[in-house]
Write a protein that binds this ligand. Structure first.
Ligand code: G3H
Ligand code: 13P
Ligand code: ZN
Length: 321
């Protein structure tokens, strides 16, 4: 068993009408939760690391933990750089043992995006590593970059063939209305259901369809795909948290995307919410608790349950190992 690229995972996912979950890792408990859920559901998963995660936990620790998860679970995982901002961070992760990198040139002009993506692809492919590029710009927050709804833009399907051909990328992230973070939409962009919960505007499946028509068989990636489960939001808020009007992407829409050309679905915010709900529950129920294992154990269990649910009910990747 080993850290592997996403090539084979995506080929099978495309053919099978399901998607692979790409879950962000930041510490040991999160890695254990994801990989134990993967093992119990017999599902492939991608462990992904942002620049912020590398800063928080350090490359060497995350690398060693990912390898430990392979050994402990007996499953192959892909280890992926999330939102690589430039060639240097991609090179550092490729040299440091990652099997997949994202070069996020979506903030550049089309030509500059192609140039930096092409450079990363050349280096990555020479080292047996696969590359995800991005076209279109999601709203929301990633690392220190905050993209306002006005500055976000849907992917233009007429650009995707040229981008993929000229860069040689292995997968492509597109913008069809998802958004990063736990506040994906402003209340005024949404409707409210009978419980007063915000209902966001639907994803642009027409764009996804057109992209898939132009790139047959090519793996598409959805970022900003947390559903922001309201049970976590309610529990956190009832225990002293303040997450007013947090809203995500409805899971039935993600399931639909997974049946189409989307082979990779990124989830980070839901991990943060599950962990926070579990930890708040322990600390508020037992104010004398001060052993980190006591509350981290419950946080880890919540993340594991949430990841297993995504695998089975949203991604459809269970039992495909
Ligand atoms: O897309 C962004 C991910 O949620 C990573 O977030 O940069 O705060 O680690 P982070
Ligand atoms: P969420 O904030 O919706 O979890 O998105 C995570 C992501 O896209 C990581 O790249
Ligand atoms: Zn992202």
């Amino acid at each position: 068993m080993a850290l592997v690229t996403t090539k084979e995972m995506f080929r099978k996912a495309y053919e099978g009408g399901y998607a692979i979950g790409a879950f962000n890792i930041n510490n040991m408990e999160i890695i254990q939760a994801i990989t134990e859920a993967a093992q119990e559901t017999q599902s492939p998963v991608i462990l992904q690391v942002s620049a912020g995660a590398r800063k928080y936990a350090k490359h060497a620790y995350l690398m060693a933990l990912a390898k430990a998860a392979v050994e402990d679970s007996g499953i192959d995982f892909a280890l992926h750089l999330d939102h690589g901002a430039d060639f240097d961070i991609c090179k550092s992760c490729i040299d440091g043992g990652f099997t997949s990198v994202m070069i996020d040139g979506s903030h550049h002009s089309f030509e500059d995006n192609i140039a930096v993506t092409r450079k990363v692809v050349e280096y990555a492919h020479a080292h047996g590593v696969v590359v995800e590029g991005e076209l279109g710009r999601l709203a929301g927050i990633e690392d220190d970059v905050k993209v306002s709804a006005e500055d976000s833009s849907y992917t233009r399907p007429e650009e995707v063939e040229e981008f993929v051909t000229r860069t040689g990328v292995d997968s492509l992230a597109i913008a069809i209305g998802t958004s990063h973070g736990a506040y994906k939409f402003k209340p005024e962009q949404c409707k409210r259901n009978e419980d007063g919960v915000l209902v966001p505007p639907p994803l642009r499946f027409d764009i996804l369809e057109e992209v898939a028509r132009r790139l047959p068989g090519f793996p598409i990636v959805l970022h900003g795909a947390s559903s922001v489960p309201q049970e976590f939001v309610k529990e956190i808020n009832s225990l002293g948290g303040q997450l007013p009007d947090a809203v995500g992407i409805p899971e039935d829409q993600l399931r639909q995307a997974a049946r189409m050309a989307v082979c990779k679905i990124n989830i980070d915010s839901d991990i943060r919410l599950a962990m926070t709900a579990g930890i708040r529950r322990v600390l508020s129920g037992n104010p004398a608790a001060f052993d980190p294992r006591e509350y981290l154990k419950v946080g880890r269990e919540e993340v594991k349950k949430m990841v297993a649910h995504k695998i089975v009910d949203v991604l459809g990747s269970n039992g495909t190992l």
